[in-house]
Design a binder for this molecule. Structure first.
Ligand SMILES: Cc1cc2nc3c(=O)[nH]c(=O)nc-3n(C[C@H](O)[C@H](O)[C@H](O)COP(=O)(O)OP(=O)(O)OC[C@H]3O[C@@H](n4cnc5c(N)ncnc54)[C@H](O)[C@@H]3O)c2cc1C
Length: 354
């Protein structure tokens, strides 16, 4: 039988140690709150296989995009506090029909996902975050807040529990709003690039397909022929497979997805050594997104003490600027707690009731 153990009563328990859970944990520790972070420990996650691109301008005319345009400043502050997290300025090259000739002068940066993944555990440990490895299998309200059952059979209990588990959120709390959905991404890992440049297609098709997800009758996929440095290697292309099922359904066999991606890459006309794509090793990961483009950030209605932080489109720009607001709401001063919901609402964010 599961035994409640682990975090103290006033601790915040976070499920998911990717970009969202990791940066939120750091913000909460800064506010003096005990934090326990449980992560399944898979090496293949959306954060680990990301280009990590951070545009330094509002990519849409929305309050959220204007806020996210300040993410570079936030990454710089985080690195001053915690040391290198993999963030650095980089060039942007666009290709395709909607390419803007002035794109090369746009302020762009990136977080090297390999570096972030290597550094995050030690940064979290230095900040005093208790890190546990294991899969959460179920959660339920209890007298002291929430009880989280682990696949290993143990249980954890906390007053406040945050779902930052990306594509794993819905399995833990199925009544999350329907706009939170899951797609499958495929990329090729290839030998290194010697330049700090991200190449992106214009238009970028993934967000357009994500917007159409609620109307889909059958799965659809697109390939965005991008190219980004990734540690000593490079990531090529991004296949996005979106099913009608918000939970992500069962993706096609990995070999099929790899074939689609290689074909589309070959036809893309991206200027890159052919050897890059030929040698590539295929990876596939589930990715959470919100079909309305607005991530879920806040308490879950009708579930006091349960919070969600997921469904980003442009997580590397959104998470660093939203994590402080969510941390204020969870654990700030009385004034910060009062202001945080309004500040998130002003960005069009929250977690709407079902
Ligand atoms: C190829 C590719 C390129 C991308 N490029 C960009 C880009 O340039 N810019 C950008 O901003 N975004 C980009 N993205 C998207 C971005 O990477 C993701 O939106 C972001 O990393 C999501 O972070 P997350 O922490 O919410 O989720 P995840 O990274 O999915 O982390 C969730 C964590 O929760 C854990 N977990 C899940 N279920 C459980 C459970 N039951 N119990 C315990 N732990 C659990 C997982 O192990 C994982 O560590 C890209 C994605 C891909 C795949």
């Amino acid at each position: 039988m599961a035994t409640p153990a682990g975090p103290s009563a006033d601790a915040v328990l976070i499920v998911g140690g990717g970009l969202a859970g990791g940066l939120l944990a750091l913000e909460l520790r800064q506010r003096g709150v005990p934090v326990t972070l449980l992560d399944a420990g898979s090496p293949e996650t959306a954060t680990a296989l990301s280009y990590g691109g951070v545009p330094g301008w509002p990519i849409l005319p929305t309050p959220l995009a204007r806020r996210a345009a300040g993410a570079g400043r936030r990454w710089r502050q985080l690195q001053r506090q915690h040391g290198d997290l993999g963030w650095r300025r980089c060039g942007l090259r666009q290709h395709g029909s909607a390419r803007a000739p002035w794109a090369r002068w746009l302020p762009f940066s990136r977080v090297d996902a390999v570096r972030l993944r290597a550094r995050l555990p030690e940064v979290l440990a230095a900040a005093g975050v208790e890190q546990l490895q294991g899969e959460a299998s179920a959660l339920a309200p209890c007298a002291g807040g929430w009880r989280l059952h682990r696949a290993s059979g143990e249980a954890l209990q906390a007053q406040q529990l945050v779902l930052a588990a990306g594509a794993g959120c819905r399995a833990l709390w199925p009544s999350l709003p329907p706009q939170l959905r899951c797609s499958w991404a495929g990329v090729l890992e290839a030998p290194g690039l010697d330049r700090q440049i991200i190449t992106l297609p214009q238009p970028f098709q993934r967000p357009l397909l994500e917007r159409r997800a609620p109307q889909l009758q059958q799965p659809e996929w697109v390939v965005d022929a991008g190219l980004a440095p990734w540690g000593e290697a490079a990531l090529l292309g991004q296949l996005t497979w979106v099913p009608p099922d918000p939970g992500g359904g069962t993706p096609p066999p990995a070999e099929t997805m790899e074939h689609w991606l290689r074909q589309a890459w070959a036809a893309s006309g991206v200027r890159a050594p052919t050897a890059l794509a030929q040698a590539g090793r295929f990876h596939r990961v589930p990715v959470a997104f919100c079909s309305d483009g607005l991530p879920l950030v806040g308490p879950i209605p009708q579930a006091p003490g349960l919070w969600v932080f997921s469904g980003f489109s442009g997580a590397f720009a959104q998470v660093p600027v939203l994590a402080p607001l969510l941390a204020d709401w969870l654990a700030g001063s009385p004034r910060q707690r009062a202001q945080a919901p309004q500040r998130l609402r002003a960005l069009g964010l929250g977690c709407p009731a079902q």
